[in-house]
Write a protein that binds this ligand. Structure first.
Ligand SMILES: CC(C)(C)CN1C(=O)[C@@H](CC(=O)N[C@@H](CC(=O)O)C(=O)O)O[C@H](c2cccc3ccccc23)c2cc(Cl)ccc21
Length: 379
C-alpha cells in the first residue's frame, strides 16, 4: 500500500491496523485495490465492536443497547466511545476517523459491513443476556420456552409437558444452537466472502455456501478459545463449552489446579478434536478461491490455527500460560501458505504431529484418530 497518496484519515486507519495486529496487517495490505481498504475498515470496525463486547467496565444495561445499535454509529460522523479501558480502546476513542473512511467505501461494501455488524451486535447482546443466566456460550441451546411449575398441573398435563421437553431436545428442528462462535467469527467469514464476491476478485459462489464461510471462522475462534483458557480465566471470562468441560470438572477454573491436570488435558484434547472437524470445510473453501492475494489472506490464519492446535494438544502448558507457536514457525507458515498444495501439506504435517501425541488411554483417542485419518485422506 502506497501510504503517500492516501488521505490522512485512511493512513491513520492503516496505522491502527498495524497496532491491532502487526503480522496480520501486512497480509491485509497485500490485498488488491478497493478490496484492501474495505477489509482494512471491516477489520477495524469489528475490532471496535469486539472491544465494546470485551469491556468489563461497561454494565450490562448499557452494553447490550450499545452492541445492538453499533451498526448505526457507522453513519454518525461524530460518534466516538471513550468509556472503555481495553488495550484496543483507541479504535473506539477515534471511531469517527474509521467511520469517515467507512462512508467513503462503495455502497456495496458499506451494506455488507453494516449488515454483519447488525447481526453480530444482536448476537453479542443475546449472548450477554444468556451469560447472565450462566449459560455456557460455545453452543447455546435456546432457553426452554417456559419452565412450568410441575406441581400445579394435573398429572396428564405433566406427561404432555415432559414429552414436549423431550421433543425439544431430541428433535434437531427445535434444537437451534445459535453458536457464540458463529456470532463473533462465523459472521466474519460470511461478511468477508461477500466482500470478496462484491469486489469481483472472487466468484459469486464463494458467498453462497455460508456453511463453509462459517467453518472458516469457527476453526479460528475455537482455536483462540482453546489457546486462551488461562488468559480468559484470569480476566473472569469463560468460553469453553459446558457440555464438554462439565464431563471432566464441576467448575472450569478447577483446571488451573495441579491435581486436576489429567482431567484438564482430556478436556483439552476433546476440544482440539472438535475444532479439527472444521478442516475439511476449510480445504473446500480455500479451494474455491482464485485470487492469489485473497487466498493468502484466508490461508495464513488457518495454517496458524492448525499449528496452534498442534502446540496445544496434550499440553499442560495451556493451563499454566498462553501457548504461542514459535516466531520462526509462524514466519515459515506465512511464507509457505501460498497455494492449495502447500496449505494441504502444512495441515497434514501438523495433523501428524497431533496423531503422534495421541495416548491410547485418552477418552477422545478414537475420535481424534478418526478426524486425523479424515484430514490426511483429504490432504
Ligand atoms: C475472531 C476472528 C477469528 C474472526 C478474528 N480474526 C482473526 O483472527 C484474523 C487473524 C488475526 O487477526 N490474527 C492476529 C492474531 C490474533 O488476533 O489471534 C494477528 O496478529 O495475526 O483472521 C480472520 C480471518 C482472516 C481471513 C479469512 C477469514 C475467514 C473467516 C473468518 C475469519 C477470517 C479475521 C478477519 C477479520 Cl476481517 C476480522 C477478524 C479476524
Amino acid at each position: 500500500t502506497d501510504m503517500n497518496n492516501m488521505s490522512n484519515t485512511l493512513r491513520t486507519c492503516y496505522l491502527y491496523l498495524d497496532q491491532t495486529s502487526r503480522s496480520f496487517a501486512a497480509v491485509i495490505r497485500a490485498l488488491d485495490g478497493e478490496l484492501r481498504d474495505a477489509v482494512c475498515i471491516f477489520y477495524l470496525v469489528l475490532r471496535a465492536l469486539d472491544t465494546l463486547e470485551d469491556s468489563s467496565s461497561i454494565p450490562y444495561h448499557i452494553k447490550a443497547p450499545l452492541l445492538q445499535s453499533f451498526h448505526t454509529r457507522l453513519y454518525q460522523p461524530l460518534w466516538n466511545y471513550s468509556e472503555s479501558c481495553e488495550k484496543d480502546r483507541q479504535v473506539l476513542e477515534d471511531f469517527s476517523t474509521i467511520s469517515l473512511e467507512f462512508r467513503k467505501l462503495a455502497l456495496v461494501y458499506r451494506d455488507i459491513i453494516t449488515d454483519i455488524c447488525w447481526q453480530m451486535g444482536e448476537g453479542m447482546a443475546e449472548m450477554l443476556e444468556s451469560k447472565l443466566f450462566t449459560m455456557d456460550d460455545w453452543e447455546r441451546v435456546n432457553n426452554m420456552i417456559f419452565k412450568p411449575n410441575l406441581y400445579c398441573f394435573p398429572s396428564f398435563l405433566i406427561v404432555i409437558i415432559l414429552i414436549f421437553y423431550l421433543f425439544q431436545y431430541l428433535n434437531p428442528l427445535f434444537y437451534q444452537p445459535p453458536q457464540y462462535c458463529h456470532y463473533v467469527a462465523g459472521l466474519v467469514g460470511i461478511g468477508l466472502s461477500q466482500l470478496f464476491a462484491a469486489s469481483g476478485q472472487e466468484e459469486e459462489v464463494i458467498r453462497e455456501d455460508t456453511e463453509l464461510a462459517n467453518s472458516m471462522g469457527l476453526f479460528l475462534q475455537k482455536t483462540n478459545i482453546i489457546r486462551d483458557y488461562l488468559e480468559d480465566q484470569q480476566e473472569g471470562r469463560e468460553f469453553w463449552p459446558k457440555e464438554v468441560w462439565g464431563k471432566y470438572a464441576k467448575t472450569l477454573s478447577e483446571f488451573t489446579q495441579r491435581e486436576c491436570m489429567p482431567a484438564a488435558v482430556s478436556c483439552l484434547n476433546e476440544l482440539v478434536t472438535n475444532a479439527m472437524q472444521h478442516i475439511p470445510d476449510v480445504f473446500t473453501y480455500l479451494s474455491h478461491l482464485h485470487n492469489p492475494d485473497v487466498f493468502t489472506f484466508c490461508a495464513i490464519p488457518q495454517v496458524m490455527a492448525i499449528a496452534t492446535l498442534a502446540a496445544c494438544y496434550n499440553n499442560t502448558q495451556v493451563f499454566r500460560g498462553v501457548v504461542k507457536i514459535r516466531k520462526g514457525l509462524a514466519v515459515t507458515l506465512m511464507m509457505e501458505a501460498k497455494n492449495m498444495t502447500a496449505v494441504k501439506d502444512i495441515m497434514a504435517r501438523q495433523t501428524l504431529e497431533i496423531a503422534e501425541a495421541i495416548k491410547p488411554e485418552d477418552p477422545s483417542a478414537s475420535e481424534t484418530h478418526h478426524v486425523v485419518k479424515k484430514v490426511l485422506r483429504l490432504a
